[in-house]
Structures are given as C-alpha cells and as structure tokens.
Design a protein around this ligand. Structure first.
Ligand code: OSB
Ligand code: MG
Length: 368
C-alpha cells in the first residue's frame, strides 16, 4: 500500500456505567483511533490499550509514542508494504503488540477497501451473525448485580460473564446461578487476581457448572495455570497469557487451558488472531473473541473475526448500548442475542464525522 499519511485521533468517551474489574474501575474510555490515508481508500483502526497499564503493559500514551517514534519510520522506509508484510516489518521491535495491531489493522482496512473485500470474507468467516455475550463488572452488592444481569438477559444476551476477585467470587456466582437457573450460560473472569495458593478456593466454583474460568493467575504463569487446571473441573480459559500464536501453542502443550480468548489487539492483529484460531481448531481448543470496551470501529473488526468457524463460544462482542450512550459509528444492536458480521468493505464501517469531531481531544497528522 502506498501511504500518504497517518492520523492519530484521541477521544474521550464516557461509559454508561463504570466498569469494575479486579484491576480497577474504568469510568471513561480514552480511545486512540488511527486513520491511514492511501491513494484509493482510507483505513481505520482502534487501539485496545487503556489509559493505564493495569490490564497489560501497554497504555494509550505509550502506544501513541511507539507508533510515531518506531513503527511509522519503519513503515515509511518500506516499499509500499502490504498488510501481510507488516508483521515482519515490525518484528525487530520487541513486544508492543497493541501498537503494532493498531497500525496493521488500519492498513489492512485500507487494502481491503481498495480491493473490494470485506474483512470477514478475507479472514474466512463462515457465519453472518455471532452470539453476543456480556461481561458484567464487579458491583457494590449482590442485589445490584442481579438487577444488572436481569437487564442483560431481558435484552437477549446469549451468555453472562461475571468479573470476579478475592472477596467477590463464590457468593455472587452462587446468587446468579440460583436466581437464573441451570440453563444460564455462565462464566467468570478473574483478570489474574488469584495465585496457586487459592486452588481449593477456586475449586468451589466447580459446584456452579460454569462454562469456563478466565485467566485466574498471572500473565506469565502458564505452568501454574496447568497445575491449577488439573485441580479444577471448570475449564480454564486464558486471556492475558495468550500474547501470540507461540504462547497459545505452549499453553495448549502444557495443558494450561482448554479454551482461548482471542483479542486481536493483545496478540498483534487480525492475522495473528487467525493463526491462533487455526492452531486452536487443529488442537480441539474452543475459542471466542474477547473485548476491550471498543467503540464501533474495534467492534466491527472483532465481529468479522468472530465469524470464523472455530469461534464456537459466545464472544464479548456486546451491543454499542452496553458501553456507550452514543457510539462513534452507527450503533451495533442485538438481534435475538446476536450481532451481525459486517458485510461492507474492509471493517465495514467508518466513524460518524460529527460525533468524532464532538468527542475528539487531539488529532495529529503525520505526512509520509
Ligand atoms: O479481561 O476480558 C477482559 C474489558 C476490559 C479489559 C479486559 C477485559 C474486559 C472485559 C469486557 O471483560 C469485554 C468487553 O465487553 O469489551
Ligand atoms: Mg478477560
């Protein structure tokens, strides 16, 4: 792709409800969008990093610096690289997968728009719609949690994920299971809040017939996850630990997980996500698509990925209204518990210019 320039756009989006996890509460989503301009098309992407490095090591200011200082110069020096060549082009830069994913995705979007192809078709999506799960944050009390879950079930969500942390685990899970019955598809996410010393405590969750427990231990604790998994009936799913297809291969070989949450931003992009999908499919490991409170830009691309055949569990691809009173794109809405895989070219959607302008805090144009 010939690149004429890249624009970094920062926004502040208030969340409809604060989202609390074991690593802290988010009230506002600081969003970094990247727009790439090419002779025939514009490409868009959304960075998944948060303002602070509490979910993983990357954070918004760091990503913006990484893109400007190290990734854009590499892109400039290359001879009109295709999206498929960007992984190798960026490989000498260690880590920083959220930054790399942001650049690669925007270039891929522009490339697909130029070639007249939808991202879902390019990746190999086989479904037109995907079941939507919803991730429910830590609440102040069990009655408030039950009220929130009731609301989501009334909207039609296909499964509920409860955020857990020490002090907010067995009782909220028991209350939700008792109130909504055995039919409810229920899972939990600890975001690394436990240690192996909690094995017996976590085994108490086995009584509630959960679909999975997501990332109970630390990001770098693959071996310890394998040890924990051997003591739990509840299947272990990894999120933070799966930073690449190589990490996924190691996790599978070690028996650290039976299920994988794929977040394209965390693994360096949609191409690496597809490799993880293929690897998991070949090993009988179910996958689903995680979320990072994305606006419609990130959500659209995630839905394309979630349309692949190995995504056999509901994804954290909730409707726009789960997060924002006003999304920056046309809102994604639930239809019988599903979201539609976009069919437009590239990621299939663009930001609404008026909304974008109203919410933008800074924009920076970098000419090539
Ligand atoms: O661990 O999956 C996670 C949100 C922010 C950071 C990490 C996680 C989450 C979620 C919500 O669980 C996913 C979503 O609905 O976007
Ligand atoms: Mg998670």
């Amino acid at each position: 792709m010939k690149i004429e320039g890249i624009e970094l756009i920062r926004l502040e989006l208030p969340l409809r409800y604060p989202f609390r996890t074991s690593f802290g509460a988010v009230h506002e989503r600081e969003v970094l969008l990247l727009r790439v301009l090419t002779p025939d098309a514009e490409g868009w992407s959304e960075c998944v990093a948060f303002s602070t490095p509490m979910y993983s090591s990357e954070y918004v200011d760091g990503v913006a610096e990484m893109i400007q200082r190290f990734l854009i110069p590499r892109l400039r020096e290359a001879r009109e690289p295709t999206a498929e060549q960007i992984g190798e082009l960026f490989a000498p830069v260690r880590g920083h997968r959220m930054a790399k994913s942001t650049v690669e995705t925007a270039v891929l979007d522009a490339q697909l728009r130029t070639h007249g192809l939808a991202l879902g078709d390019y990746l190999g999506a086989t479904r037109e719609r995907v079941p939507a799960g919803v991730s429910v944050g830590i609440h102040d009390s069990i009655p408030e949690l039950l009220e929130a879950v009731t609301g989501y079930l009334d909207e039609g969500y296909a499964r509920i994920k409860l955020k857990i942390a020490p002090g907010w685990d067995i009782e909220p899970v028991r209350a939700v299971r008792e109130r909504f019955g055995d039919e409810l598809v229920l899972q939990v996410d600890a975001n690394s809040a436990y240690t192996l010393a909690d094995t017996r405590h976590l085994a108490r969750l086995d009584a509630f017939d959960l679909l999975l427990i997501e990332q109970p231990l630390g990001e770098e604790q693959l071996r310890q996850h394998a040890e924990l998994a051997a003591h739990l009936r509840t299947p272990v799913c990894l999120d933070e630990s799966i930073v690449s297809a190589e990490a996924a291969a190691d996790a599978i070989a070690l028996g650290a997980c039976r299920i994988v949450n794929i977040k394209p931003g965390r693994v360096g992009g949609y191409l690496e996500s597809r490799r993880i999908h293929d690897l998991c499919q070949a090993n009988g490991i179910a996958v689903w698509c995680g979320g990072m409170l994305e606006t419609g830009i990130g959500r659209a691309a995630n839905l394309a990925l979630a349309g692949l055949p190995g995504f056999t569990l509901p994804s954290d691809t909730s409707a726009s209204s789960r997060y924002y009173a006003q999304d920056i794109t046309e809102p994604f809405e639930l239809q019988h518990g599903c979201l539609q895989v976009p069919t437009g070219l590239g990621i299939g959607i663009s930001p609404d210019q008026n909304t974008l302008t109203a919410l933008t805090t800074t924009r920076q144009w970098i000419a090539f």
